[in-house]
Design a protein around this ligand. Sequence first.
Ligand code: 1GP
Length: 248
Amino acid sequence: MPGNSILLNKFANGKKKFAPLVDPDKFSLSGIRGFARSSEKAGVDFIFYGGSLVKENNHHKYISVLKEHCSAPVILFPGNQLMIAEDADGILLLSLISGRNAEMLIGRHVVAAPFLKRCRFEILPTGYMLIENGHPTAVSYMSNTTPIPAGQDDIAMCTAIAGELLGLQLIYMDAGSGAESPVRLPMIKKVKQSLTIPLIIGGGIRTATQARDAARSGADVVVVGNAIEKDPSLIHELCEAVHSLDKS
Ligand code: 1GP
């Protein structure tokens, strides 16, 4: 486990958290600025930064703008090793434990390891689990892996437990960007009950009700990307919906 665990402690502080996801390819520089300002105003807990296929290499500039206008830590959610940007506060070092593609379980990590070792940011070892949602997503195609079937809660639970036993520090269950439907609530509940490490949920969440339900079912962190890209004003209500559970 990395020595410096300020971010990890923040993930594990027992409070419900909201993280908007920025796919840098989908934002102009002024769009990123607006996004950062809205995130600051809404009081988001983290900004996740990345995507399964990022074509531009403007990370230095974009992350500086995010950090200039928002105090929330910026955490890389990398699709590949080209997305390692030192300006971030941390990186989800993803091992795709729902799949059986050795490259995604360990191969890419070997290539990235010497660079990661030199980076000053915090490394968050994360068990990444793709959950099927009705149609193929960019991430299942790009990772060449089959997601866990939507109704197979026991497989999801056992995969998450295996991830924790292997020493991973976070579990991220993702229905995939733009998923038709989010991860089902009974699956979130079952996985959460079996874990002692924080659970991140994302993919296909579009409304405040869906965000609140995911958090209420056990998500420690709720992640939303697409819906905010389409309607940036949503960031406030999504964040408020997740945070409201700590007040009730
Ligand atoms: C994708 O979990 C994230 O990896 C967010 O998904 O873009 O569908 O919100 P959306």
